[in-house]
Design a protein around this ligand. Structure first.
Ligand code: FMN
Length: 322
């Protein structure tokens, strides 16, 4: 498989097979507003705990506007008793797809058996996934890592479980829980998962995709049905449109990092008011990565005490546009 227009996940029709990942504390409402300018395909909200979703009347993490469609929500949890209610609530809220998180490596998540800890419990994965699938009409997918560590790789076993449970798509992040976010994503295992899946479930490759060339290599070496971009979208929110231009031989649109950053700040201010300055510190480390002579700006943004100061720094900086 390669870049493909008109891609379908079960009943969900998408413009192409490039997906933007859920990223906790990053793909919030303001960031999703920004990426929608460049990414016409499927994007996700940040992950949300099933219990919290079922308990709470409204949830800020899941706010979206119509132009953010198609949009997916991602559930986290290990308790099959709340799966049905959580899934129905997401469907009622108008989401296009529900993903089940079996990859989060953070200790406060794995300690109750959720996220990557689910990989130690394939039977429970089946039980929860089946409940999600049976609860809703929209497609259900799952996102996994290879396994807990190098001695417990379970990815291809989970592919079969996902097929049996009725999931329409499985995203494979080619790292183990033990690796966290370091080392390389092992695409050989992703290829093995695609071989096991045949055409019974869509397999999406994830990990280390920062350029259109990376995406081409992923398609060629694994034969996956689509790809999921994660940290690559934090440094280049426009990566999706670059990928599309690359595969369709169109000219890459001109990008002004400065303008995009200022636009993002305007979205952040609408959402976070005074707190925007703190969110910006977190994201600017990613967003400014790779830009020339950026160190002083990054230090300035981290030290700024209010957003007006940050904006002045950005306006005054000598940007070398790419
Ligand atoms: C800050 C951060 C937050 C993340 N949050 C989520 C999340 O909410 N749900 C999820 O499935 N994966 C999450 N991930 C994992 C990514 O979706 C992706 O699987 C991983 O970063 C590997 O892809 P990459 O090498 O392209 O970054 C997160 C990763 C990072 C770095």
């Amino acid at each position: 498989m390669s870049f493909k227009k008109d891609f379908a996940i079960g009943s969900l029709k998408l413009p192409h097979n490039i997906i933007y990942a859920p990223l906790a504390e990053y793909t919030d409402f303001a960031y999703r507003r920004l990426i929608r300018d460049f990414h016409i395909g499927l994007m996700f909200c940040e992950m949300i705990k099933m219990e919290a979703l079922v308990r709470e009347k409204s949830t800020k993490l899941l706010k979206y506007t119509k132009n953010m469609l198609p949009i997916g929500a991602q559930l986290l949890g290990a308790n099959s008793n709340v799966a049905t209610d959580a899934a129905r609530k997401l469907e009622d809220l108008g989401f296009d797809i529900i993903d089940f998180n079996c990859g989060c490596p953070v200790q406060k998540v794995t300690k109750d058996g959720s996220g990557a800890a689910m990989l130690k419990n394939p039977k429970q994965i089946f039980e929860i996934l089946k409940k999600l699938v049976e609860a809703v009409k929209i497609p259900v997918s799952i996102k996994i890592r290879l396994g807990w560590d190098d001695n417990s790789i379970v990815a291809s076993e989970i592919v079969k479980i996902a097929i049996d449970a009725g999931a329409k798509m499985i995203t494979i992040h080619g790292r183990t829980k033990k690796q966290g976010y370091s080392g390389r994503s092992n695409w050989d295992y992703i290829k093995e998962c695609k071989n096991v899946a045949k055409n019974d479930i869509l397999v999406i490759g994830n990990g280390d995709l920062y350029t259109p060339d990376d995406v081409k290599s992923m398609f060629e070496s694994t034969n996956v049905d689509g790809v999921m971009i994660a940290r690559g979208m934090l440094s280049s929110p426009w990566l999706s449109s670059d990928i599309e231009s690359y595969f369709t031989n169109k000219n890459k649109p001109n990008i002004s990092r400065k303008k995009i950053l200022l636009k993002y700040i305007s979205y952040l201010i609408e959402e976070k008011k005074d707190k925007a300055v703190f969110d910006l510190r977190r994201i600017s480390g990613w967003f400014l990565r790779g830009s020339r002579d950026i160190k002083s700006l990054r230090i300035g943004i981290n030290a700024a005490v209010n957003i007006d100061e940050t904006i002045k720094l950005i306006e005054r900086f000598n940007w070398e546009e790419e």
